[in-house]
Design a protein around this ligand. Structure first.
Ligand code: 5AD
Ligand code: SF4
Length: 452
């Protein structure tokens, strides 16, 4: 890590502990990366602030997965262009996947002073130091085959202190044809299990009661002798009071060994996020998912055989290149068969440089994409409502993680299956395990009372 004394070379910022504001967009991995960035910059003398107006340096950690994610960031940059009129000393940096995708093109934007890709965060104190001293724009978008930030303890920004993300690997080797991630996050690499276990232990000792193990494809985690199932078991053995979740699983790699490990440990949560993307074999082939609809359904059947109470959620893309009405019907049909508990649903958005962008025309008209997306959302809303209704009258152990969004008199906690339960707070606190009885439900929430 750079040992430039940031404060001595930064005439653009005169406060003793310069203030940093971080905005995060995109996935859970990005949330965790922002915590890594905060850890690195705190060591370099920065203090986190809660409002961009108080900051000397604003960092925007970005997502590039769909065009609308990038448009949102461009909107934020426009906002900071206005802010800079009021405060000409303000420095603005772009981090993450959009930084990696657009590289120096982003520096052409007058508001952007700094660009750093996902593997360049250790270099931030040096980059910010030079920027502050010289006013010259800085960029580092080198991708790495080794970087896992394994030795860095992320500084957690969630005030509740109950659930924390732990990245167990970075990058992705799958090259699904629609996806920009392999280009923005580079090749897959797994983190040393000892550093993962140390981080999980420290979190538990600090009062955390849940860890979420993150990777683009957790099933291909591999470090020496340790595969994902072994890692899961080791984390679960830290304490029966520590819940373990993970995301994301890939249907082509999800092994029975992982399912059997989940079943063997009550504190490994019974929820699998298993993106399907499409129910049509023709689309799956073009998407380069390397599994079929039948394979996916077999994996779902196996999950349910081994863990009848496991929830299954998914991601799906409507309107991929050449998708016919019949292909889309196959997706609806698969949703009806599987009865997902929840789903993230998207319209296909062509990403420059991907295999799909190079080989297949983006030929489903926008209005057809929108209409298909609406149909799958309507179907999933029904399935989510049904899934939640099935839980009415049942008891669950939930981990209280925050106050409910609607009222400070209620707590929100999740079941092992990752369903949000709302129940009266009286006599209970955040971080506590509470047994609740489901009295009623909406498509998004289980309304509960506490069982004494
Ligand atoms: N267009 C639309 N959705 C996409 N996803 C990934 N790439 C694209 C794209 N180009 C979706 C997939 C993935 C989720 C994180 O985002 O469903 O699982
Ligand atoms: Fe996360 Fe993918 Fe968005 Fe990058 S592009 S932030 S990996 S969702």
């Amino acid at each position: 890590m750079s040992n430039i004394n940031y404060r001595s070379v930064r005439p653009l910022i005169d406060s003793a502990a310069p203030h940093l504001f971080i905005e995060t967009y995109g996935c859970q991995m990005n949330v965790n990366d922002s915590e890594v960035v905060l850890s690195i910059l705190q060591k370099a003398g920065f203090t986190l602030c809660q409002k961009p107006e108080d900051a000397a340096l604003v960092l925007i950690n970005t997502c590039a997965i769909r065009d609308n994610a990038e448009q949102r960031i461009l909107g934020r940059l426009e906002y900071y262009r206005q802010q800079k009129k009021r405060n000409p000393h303000l420095l603005v940096g772009v981090l993450g996947c959009m930084a990696e995708r657009l590289k120096d093109k982003l520096l052409e934007n007058p508001v952007v002073d700094l660009v750093a890709g996902p593997d360049a965060y250790r270099d931030l104190p040096r980059l910010v130091g030079i920027l502050g001293a010289s006013g010259e724009k800085q960029i580092n978008t080198l991708l790495s085959h080794e970087e896992t930030y394994g030795d860095i303890s992320p500084v957690r920004m969630d005030p509740n202190g109950v659930s924390a993300f732990i990245s167990i690997m970075r990058g992705c080797n799958n090259v699904c044809s629609y996806c920009v991630v392999p280009y923005t996050r580079g090749a897959e690499r797994s983190r040393d299990p000892e550093s993962i276990l140390r981080e999980a232990r420290e979190l538990f000792e600090a009062g955390y009661r849940e860890v979420v193990l993150l990777g683009q494809n957790v099933d291909s985690y591999s470090y020496g002798e340790t595969g994902f199932a072994r890692l899961l078991a080791k984390v679960a053995e830290i304490s029966p009071l520590l819940r373990v979740r993970f995301s994301t699983s890939h249907p082509k790699d999800m092994k029975d060994e992982v399912l059997l490990t989940m079943a063997a440990y009550p504190n490994i949560c019974k929820h699998i996020h298993l993106p399907v993307q499409s129910g049509s074999n023709a689309m799956l082939e073009k998407m380069r998912r390397r599994h079929t609809r039948e394979w996916y359904l077999e994996r779902v059947a196996r999950i349910r055989e081994i863990m009848p109470d496991c929830s299954i959620t998914t991601d799906v893309i409507a309107g991929f290149c050449g998708e016919t009405e019949a292909d889309f019907e196959d997706t609806l049909d698969l949703f009806r068969q599987v009865k997902f508990d929840a789903a993230f649903m998207f319209q296909y958005s062509e990403r420059p440089g991907t295999l799909a962008a190079r080989h297949y025309p983006d030929d489903v008209p926008p209005e057809v994409k929108t209409e298909r997306l609406e149909r799958i959302i309507a179907l999933q809303n029904k399935l989510s409502a049904e899934s939640n209704r099935r839980d009415v009258g049942r008891c669950f152990e939930v981990l209280a993680e925050s106050f409910s969004k609607r009222s400070q008199n209620d707590l929100m906690g999740r079941t092992s299956q990752n369903k949000a339960c709302v129940f009266p707070a009286a006599g209970h606190h955040i971080g506590e395990y509470v047994t609740v009885l489901v009295k009623d439900s909406t498509p998004a929430t289980l309304l509960c009372e506490v069982v004494e």
